[in-house]
Every structure is written in C-alpha cells, then in structure tokens.
Design a protein around this ligand. Structure first.
Ligand SMILES: NC(=O)c1ccc[n+]([C@@H]2O[C@H](COP(=O)([O-])OP(=O)(O)OC[C@H]3O[C@@H](n4cnc5c(N)ncnc54)[C@H](OP(=O)(O)O)[C@@H]3O)[C@@H](O)[C@H]2O)c1
Length: 320
C-alpha cells in the first residue's frame, strides 16, 4: 500500500487519463515521474503539477522501446528513490476496417498498446522486486472485454492487455507486496479519439455514456492505495459485456449501426496515422470535446445494446 509522499511513475502523462491522474496525485504532494514521447507537453504538465505542490521529473521515452523505458525507470529511481507506484496509461489506436489500416500502422498500434504494456510491467515488477513492493495500475478498456468494428488494432491489443494483467495478478500471489490492478473505462472525454489514426475518413468519438477523465483518475488513485483485480468505470460497462457474452448474434447485428451513430464523427477528415507513429503535440490535453452537453444529449447507446440483448435473451433464452 502506498501513501501520500509517494513516488509514482505515470506513462501517458501528457494527455487524457494519465495527465488527469498526474494532476490528482500532484494535489497530494506526490513525487511524480511523467513519461510520454513529447517533451514539450510533459514540460507543461510538469509546471502544472509543481504549481499544485508536487516534485516532478520529466522522462521522454517510448513504451515500445525497452531501452528508453529502462533508462526512464533508472532516472526516476536516481531522482526520487524507489517507486511506490506505476500508472500505465499510454496507448494509441487507428480507426478503419482491418484491411484498410496499413500494416505498418496496425503493427505500431499493437506494439505501443500491448508490447508497451508488457515492457512497462516488466520494468515495474523488476523495480518493485528490488525495493520490496509497489503497486502497478494498468488502464485497460471496455474494448478489452468486447469487440467493435473499425478498431481492430485497439481491440486486439486491449484483449491482450487484459489477459496479461490477469496472468500477472495470479503470478503476483507469490510475491507479497507487489500488486497489480486493472482499471477498465468505457467512453471517456479525452483527446484520444482525435489523436487516433483513421482510415475511415471519420474520426472516432466516445460512445455514450461518457465519463470525465478525472473520474477515471480517481479510480486509478484509489487502486494505487487499495489494489483491486478489476475496477470498471462506466455506467453501461457490465450491461454491454453481458450482452456481448450472452447473445453474441444480437450483439453482432446491432454493434455496427450503433458504432456508426455513436462512435464515429459525421464530419469528414483526412485519413492519417494520427499519433500512432509519432506524437501529435498540439492535440494533447486533459479533455476532449465530449463534455457534459454530449453526455446529456446522447442516447445511452451502450445501455441500449446491453438491454436489447438482455430482452432478446429473455424472449429466446437458447439463442446465442
Ligand atoms: N478515452 C477513452 O474513452 C478511453 C476508454 C477506455 C480506455 N482508455 C484507455 O485509457 C488510457 C489513456 O487514454 P487517453 O484517452 O487518456 O488517451 P490520450 O489522451 O490520447 O493519451 C495517451 C497518452 O499516451 C502517450 N503515448 C502514446 N504513445 C506512447 C508511446 N509509444 N510511448 C509513451 N507514451 C505514449 C501520449 O503521449 P505522446 O503521444 O506524447 O507519447 C499520451 O500522453 C489508454 O490506455 C486508453 O486505451 C481510454
């Protein structure tokens, strides 16, 4: 268990959930190691955190590159001593039908999101083993438990992330003091949807219900303190997972129309790899453009999906 005054390394600290987590930990006066690929944004986050009372170290590293990650962990320990916690939030994705996403972009997204998680976990476990313990919190996703069209790299990587984390949790039973938690959000209002690559001439958007990144950050900080196997953040998460598992045929029939209505922009954009191959600094921020007004106005597409599936199951319990 960690406590205020703790040292926490955060990957993906320049944007969205990682950045919101850094700001929350800064308020309690933690020592923060801020990690991402873009120094410019990390420097700005560092200033924000120090203004709130934290000490910070900016570490520019790519989670897909083990050497740069190892150097970041070394620098962190030299600056602040042993790490009490690691929050792994870094991920990227590209929208598009599987066959339309260039192989290079698909592979790079998987490399960052899945292999990057393995790299961060490896460094964290080595560091905790040396110091006698620590708490790793990995951000998974609702899409680590269900499937959706046009996000194949993300779904593939997140299913892998969930599998890896569950395996590490079981293995950690033999290493007391080392804890691993999985926080899996539904839709969150962050820049990730605009930063993502796209080969659909549309950018993504979070399907409702949409939570603010601060809510996920609170769950992450709680998990650092009181590790848990899994923490779901998102009103409709369990309902949607139930629909996906209980009545897959119904799920498959309705998920593509729902994705087109709730998960993609109406406006056309140019196809591009977004931030998959290199950072897009100007798009980095805590929030995206889907705040409260978006949540109020939108239908609970996810809830409808789960509820619809549940109704069909009740009417025809043997159908799957
Ligand atoms: N937003 C949602 O609706 C949602 C829902 C469920 C789960 N999640 C998960 O929540 C986590 C955070 O997502 P977010 O929405 O906060 O995304 P975001 O705003 O796009 O932030 C992603 C962060 O990851 C960093 N990053 C990307 N590639 C990296 C690399 N190779 N090495 C190091 N850092 C890298 C980015 O900085 P640089 O580009 O500068 O490196 C950025 O700081 C992800 O794991 C995501 O899958 C998000």
């Amino acid at each position: 268990m960690t406590s205020p005054g703790r040292t926490v390394l955060i990957t993906g600290a320049s944007s969205g959930i990682g950045r919101a987590t850094a700001l929350q930990l800064a308020e309690e006066g933690a020592d923060l190691v801020l990690l991402a690929r873009s120094r410019e944004t990390l420097d700005a986050v560092s200033e924000e955190c120090e203004a709130l009372g934290a000490r910070t170290l900016v570490t520019v590293a790519d989670v897909g590159e083990p050497e740069s990650l190892a150097a970041a962990f070394r620098d962190a320990e030299e600056e602040f001593g042993p790490l009490d916690g690691v929050v792994h939030s870094a991920a990227v994705l590209a929208y598009g039908r599987f066959e339309d996403v260039p192989a290079e972009v698909f592979d790079a997204a998987i490399h960052t999101t899945l292999t990057g998680t393995a790299n961060v976990a490896r460094e964290s476990l080595q560091s905790f083993a040396t110091s006698g313990g620590g708490s790793l919190v990995v951000i998974g996703s609702l899409l680590g438990k269900i499937s959706t069209p046009f996000m194949s790299s993300y779904v593939t990587a997140k299913w892998g992330v969930h599998g890896l984390v569950r395996t590490l949790q079981i293995e950690a039973r033999s290493t007391p003091g080392i804890d691993i938690s999985l926080v899996w959000p539904g839709g969150v209002d962050t820049p990730v949807y605009l930063q993502a690559g796209t080969y659909l001439e549309r950018h993504g958007r979070p399907p409702p219900p949409v939570d603010p990144p601060e809510k996920v950050a609170r769950a992450v900080v709680r998990a650092l303190d009181r590790p848990q196997r899994e923490v779901s953040v998102g009103l409709a998460n369990h309902l949607v997972v139930t629909g996906f598992r209980a009545v897959p045929a119904v799920f498959d029939a309705i998920v593509t129309p729902l994705m087109r209505v709730g998960g993609l922009s109406r406006e056309e954009v140019e196809n591009s790899p977004g931030n998959v191959l290199s950072p897009v600094t100007e798009g980095e921020a805590v929030h995206g453009r889907w705040g409260r007004h978006w949540m109020r106005g939108a239908t609970l597409a996810g809830a409808a999906l789960g509820a619809g599936a549940g109704i069909v199951r009740t009417v025809n319990p043997r159908r799957s």
